[in-house]
Design a protein around this ligand. Structure first.
Ligand SMILES: [Zn+2]
Length: 280
């Protein structure tokens, strides 16, 4: 079943999906990020404190890692595009690595997608903390790194240093948002990823990782998403962040669904997959 979203779609929540706070000002939560042209939101779904934390995660990924590439591809921006906009560019000169702010013309327009091992809770390996990037997908949009380096007079131009843990929290945040939109906050007995998204624990590698296979087709949507409820009621969300590039896919073990809800969803699925009685 494929769902193409062409207009904004919002679901009302009425409490912070990260800390359960229901009082005070609650803001709209973009579950597929605004900066990736996402159109699905949760209304009154984040308190101010949690929004401050999650916006830092998005800042690292959407601006620091992908800012220049997103502008080049015409993705939405929070602020009006200006001629003086600067983008971080990592350069090496005389053996010293620094980050400069450069205009779009000199920026490296690259989309990097870290690849991880499978979530530790799925493959049963011993888990310490954090998450390790084992490889990367890299999509360079136009100019070669060597050409930029030559033009601006440095020895080397590098892709931005990605913080694997922040990136995995970004993946978890998107996946958790999609799970809430699909199943509702009430459906979960436990949400595994909440404390790691907020930075309270360092167990993100237990819940987020990369699958061995890629399942989603290439398409021009902001993100591809799939859901699975395991026999133990754990909810798995698979996302592909740049379906247009055939980029890496990620699996997040979001949380455990309440037995009652899991039974309902299994019944719906069985009904959908049952042979049509009409043909008898
Ligand atoms: Zn909150």
């Amino acid at each position: 079943m494929v769902r193409f979203v062409t207009e904004k779609e919002s679901t009302h929540i009425g409490r912070c999906i990260y800390c359960d706070k229901a009082e005070g000002t609650l803001t709209e939560e973009h579950i597929s990020p605004y900066g990736l042209n996402g159109l699905i939101t949760l209304l009154e779904a984040s308190c101010g404190d949690c929004a401050t934390i999650t916006s830092q995660i998005e800042l690292h990924v959407l601006r620091y890692m992908w800012g220049a590439a997103r502008t080049e591809m015409g993705y939405r921006r929070r602020h009006k595009k200006g001629a003086n906009d600067l983008y971080p560019l990592t350069v090496i000169r005389d053996g010293v690595k620094t980050v400069r702010e450069v205009p779009l013309t000199d920026a490296l327009k690259v989309i990097e997608l870290p690849i991880f091992k499978a979530p530790a809770s799925l493959d049963g390996r011993t888990f310490q903390s954090g998450i390790e990037c084992i490889s990367k997908d890299q999509f360079l949009l136009n100019e070669q790194r060597e050409d930029i380096a030559k033009r601006i007079g440095v020895d080397e131009v590098c892709p931005p240093d990605c913080d694997a843990e922040i990136f995995a929290r970004f993946v978890a945040k998107c996946s958790y948002g999609y799970a809430i939109e699909r199943y509702g906050v009430e459906a979960f007995e436990t949400v595994y990823v909440r404390s790691a998204i907020l930075g309270n624990t360092r167990d993100i590698g237990r819940w987020v990782g990369s699958p061995d296979t890629r399942e989603f087709p290439v398409r021009k949507t902001p993100m591809s998403v799939g859901f699975k409820i395991r026999p133990d009621n754990d909810v798995l969300v698979r996302i592909k962040l740049f379906p247009r590039f055939d980029g890496a896919e990620y699996i997040t073990v979001v949380g455990k669904m309440k037995e009652f809800h899991a039974i309902q969803y299994r019944l719906i699925k069985a009904d959908r997959e049952a042979p049509r009685a009409a043909s008898l």
